[in-house]
Write a protein that binds this ligand. Structure first.
Ligand code: ATP
Length: 233
């Protein structure tokens, strides 16, 4: 029997936006894989999300409602302490077995920050890493050499075409091409909501309705961030 690649896509999703969804769909379609989206209960790099973990998970569920090949995996919500990706991947590896091809999906801004992630080199002992380009943080060998030399050194010999990831359980790196780069960010979205700028077109209608009903992100407590980071130690 052919092995099946399983793709996992973690984030704060505060809130989920169409950029997240486009990336999940692109990975699903290009890799012929199911994609699980994992809301972090306690994103290590973001001290206090604006919406609660449960609200972020509910928005994610609304965003992918009825969509083939996408699902929400709530495992990080049930774990106390910082939601480190390495712990999640270790759990998944234990569950799915040593031979299962597993990939973790990130944006290129996160790839540039990867060396700040908790026990980041161990990620490659647990699964593959797949990155997609993000506007303002595009990566290639030259740019990575400048912005993240340790990351480039780690992935240099791991580079695979995306279609080859299914042939091994772990240890590879792939850059997934996107037809269109996605400009959306949760930070910008929260800012727009708080400042009553147009924002609805950046999220699915059911998510917009949820945000409106709970009056999320409208108050002074909204935490605004300017840089894209991920999973610091
Ligand atoms: P924030 O603006 O608060 O940093 P975000 O929009 O980056 O939030 P996250 O939930 O932190 O949202 O992102 C989860 C993952 O999705 C990260 O790896 C991030 O790089 C990636 N990502 C988010 N938006 C995009 C996008 N527009 N293009 C490519 N990757 C993205």
């Amino acid at each position: 029997m052919n092995p099946r690649l399983r793709v996992f896509y973690g984030g704060s999703f505060d809130p989920v936006h169409n950029g997240h969804l486009a990336i999940a769909r692109a990975a699903r379609d290009a890799l012929a894989a199911d994609v699980a989206l994992l809301p972090a209960r306690d994103p290590p790099h973001k001290p206090g999300t604006a919406a609660s973990a449960e609200q972020r998970a509910q928005m994610l569920a609304l965003a992918i409602d009825g969509e083939t090949g996408l699902r929400v995996d709530r495992r990080e919500l049930g774990r106390s302490g910082p939601s480190y990706t390495v712990d999640t991947l270790a759990e998944l590896r234990a569950e799915l077995g040593a031979d299962a091809p597993i990939a973790w999906l990130i944006g290129s801004d996160s790839l540039r920050q990867l060396a700040t992630w908790h026990r980041w080199r161990e990620l490659f002992e647990l699964g593959h890493l797949v990155a997609v380009q993000r506007p303002g943080a595009e990566v290639d060998v030259v740019r990575l050499r400048e912005a993240a030399p340790a990351v480039l050194a780690e992935i240099n010999d791991r580079w695979l075409p995306p279609g080859a990831l299914v042939e091994s359980p772990l240890g590879g790196f792939a850059l997934l091409p996107l037809a269109h780069l996605q400009p959306e960010s949760s930070t910008e979205l929260r800012w727009r909501i708080q400042n009553k700028e147009p924002w609805q077109e950046w999220v699915p209608p059911k998510v917009a309705a949820y945000i409106g009903r709970l009056n999320l992100y409208a108050g002074a407590a909204v935490i605004l961030r300017t840089s894209h980071q991920s999973d610091c130690p």
